[in-house]
Write a protein that binds this ligand. Structure first.
Ligand code: AMP
Ligand code: GLY
Length: 415
C-alpha cells in the first residue's frame, strides 16, 4: 500500500515511523516532510495547504491512503477534496474540523450538550469586550476565534494585558478579522486525551502531557510544546472514566447530532480541576508533541487502525507498558525570533523525530525551524526515561539549540 502523510514536523515523523513498521505499507510519501522524515519516506515539495497539487500527486501516484497531520490542511478542506476524488483520507471534514478551527463553534457545542468547560462569552465588538473584562474576575482568558498557530490565547493577569490582547485581536486584526472568546480562568494539571473517533464510536489512545512553557520549572513564555510524556500517573481511573464518558464520548455524539460527524483523531486538551475534568480546547488532529511519545508505545499496526476508522470498523489498538519521555530541542530565541541553518551532529542515534530540519549543500542536517528535534526514550519508570532522554540530548551537538531537562519530573518528583 502507498501512503501519503501531509505535514513536515515531529508529529508527521512519528506517524511515518509508525507506518514504516506496518507489513502492509510498501511506500511512504511525505508532503513536504523534512530531512529526518526523508530517511523513511519520499519527501515531495508540496505545501500542506496546497489542495490542488496534493490531489494531483495522490492521483498520479495512485496513493491508497492519505494521513493528514496539520490543522491548517484540515481547515482548508483537504479531506473533503480527497474524498470527492475517491481517495481515502484519515482526518475530519472541514465542517467537523471547526471543533478546532473555531473556538466559538467548540464552546457553543459544549454549552449545548453540557460538556464541562470554562464559562465564556463571545465578542466581535471591542467596546463590548472591554466592558465585559472590566466586570470579570482576574486572571481572565482571551482567545482569538480561529487558528493562530498556538499564539491566540492570552491569560491576562491585569486589565492592561486584557486591553492589549483585545486591541490586537479586535482592532488591529493581528491574526485576521475575527471574534474573541473571553472565558473563566481554570486551574489544575492539564492532559491530552487523543481518541480515534468514527461517528459515535470513540477509541482512546494512551494519555500524554505536553509542557508548554519554554524553561525548566514551567517558567518562561508559552510555546508550541517543549516536551511530553506518557503514561500519566496523576490521572486516576475515576478521572479517566470521567474524561471518556462525560467529555470524549458525548462530544463525538454531539458532532453526529449536529450533522458534522467526526472521523479522525479528536484531541481533548483537558484539565483536572478541583471541580472535575474540564475541556480547555479540542483539536481535530494528532497533538504535537504528544503523538511523538504516544505512537512509539503502539504495538499494533497503525495502517490497519487508520483503515478501520475510514471503513467504519473497530480498530485494534494495543500498547506497551513502558514510560516514554520526549524532549524538544529548540532554536535559541524560540518562541521569539531565532536564526536557522546551524549544523547538527549526532542527530541519528536513539529515537529522534525531526521537527524542523533540512540538509545543507554538504548533506549535513541543519536547523530549519523554532522547534528542531524531539528526542525520545523509553524505560520502566518515568524517572529512568527522563535520564535516558537527557543523556541522548547531550550527545547531540549544535551551537544554537536549548532544551528543558525536567520533562515528566512533576510526575515523579516532590517539589
Ligand atoms: P489553548 O490553545 O486553548 O489550549 O490554550 C493554550 C493554553 O492556555 C492552554 O494549554 C492552557 O495552559 C491555557 N489556557 C487556555 N484556556 C484556559 C483557561 N480557561 N484557564 C486556564 N488556562 C487556560
Ligand atoms: N500539543 C498541543 C497541540 O498539539 O496543539
Amino acid at each position: 500500500m502507498k501512503v501519503l502523510v501531509i505535514g513536515g514536523g515531529g508529529r508527521e515523523h512519528a506517524i511515518v515511523h509508525a507506518l514504516s513498521k506496518s507489513s502492509k505499507v510498501t511506500e511512504i510519501y511525505a508532503a513536504p516532510g523534512n530531512a529526518g522524515i526523508s530517511k523513511l519516506a519520499m519527501c515531495v515539495n508540496i505545501k500542506d495547504t496546497d489542495v490542488e497539487n496534493l490531489i494531483a500527486f495522490a492521483k498520479s501516484e495512485k496513493i491508497d491512503l492519505v494521513v493528514v497531520g496539520p490543522e491548517a490542511s484540515l481547515a482548508v478542506g483537504i479531506v473533503d477534496a480527497l474524498n470527492a476524488e475517491g481517495i481515502k483520507a484519515f482526518g475530519p471534514t472541514k465542517a467537523a474540523a471547526r471543533i478546532e478551527s473555531s473556538k466559538n463553534f467548540a464552546k457553543d457545542l459544549m454549552s449545548k450538550y453540557n460538556i464541562p468547560t470554562a464559562r465564556y462569552e463571545v465578542f466581535d465588538n471591542y467596546e463590548e469586550a472591554i466592558s465585559f473584562v472590566k466586570i470579570s474576575p482576574l486572571p481572565t482568558v482571551i482567545k482569538y476565534d480561529g487558528l493562530a498557530a498556538g499564539k491566540g490565547v492570552v491569560i491576562a493577569e491585569n486589565y492592561e494585558q486584557a486591553e492589549e490582547a483585545l486591541k490586537d485581536m479586535l482592532l488591529d486584526d493581528k491574526y485576521g478579522k475575527g471574534k474573541v472568546v473571553i472565558e473563566e480562568y481554570l486551574e489544575g494539571p492539564e492532559f491530552s486525551f487523543m481518541c480515534f473517533v468514527d461517528g459515535e464510536n470513540v477509541y482512546p489512545l494512551q494519555l500524554a502531557q505536553d509542557h508548554k512553557r519554554a524553561y525548566d520549572g514551567d517558567k518562561g513564555p508559552n510555546t508550541g510544546g517543549m516536551g511530553a510524556y506518557s503514561p500519566l500517573p496523576f490521572i486516576t481511573e475515576a478521572d479517566y472514566n470521567e474524561a471518556l464518558n462525560e467529555i470524549m464520548i458525548p462530544t463525538a455524539k454531539a458532532m453526529v447530532n449536529e450533522d458534522t460527524p467526526f472521523k479522525g483523531v479528536l484531541y481533548g486538551g483537558l484539565m483536572k480541576t478541583k471541580k472535575g475534568v474540564k475541556v480547555i480546547e479540542f483539536n481535530a488532529r494528532f497533538g504535537d508533541p504528544e503523538t511523538e511519545v504516544v505512537l512509539p508505545r503502539l504495538t499494533s499496526d497503525i495502517y490497519d487502525a487508520f483503515m478501520a476508522i475510514i471503513e467504519g470498523n473497530k480498530p485494534v489498538l494495543t500498547w506497551d507498558n513502558k514510560c516514554t519521555i520526549g524532549i524538544v530541542m529548540a532554536s535559541k530565541g524560540y518562541p521569539g525570533d531565532y536564526k536557522k541553518g546551524f549544523v547538527i551532529e549526532n542527530a541519528t542515534s536513539g529515537n529522534i523525530y525531526h521537527m524542523g530540519t533540512k540538509f545543507d549543500e554538504n548533506g549535513n542536517y541543519v536547523t530549519n525551524g523554532g522547534r528542531v528535534l524531539f528526542v525520545v526514550a523509553s524505560a520502566d519508570t518515568l524517572e529512568e526515561a527522563n535520564k535516558k532522554a537527557n543523556a541522548l540530548v547531550n550527545e547531540i551537538k549544535c551551537d544554537n539549540l536549548y532544551h528543558r531537562t525536567d520533562i515528566g519530573a512533576k510526575a515523579y518528583k516532590k517539589f
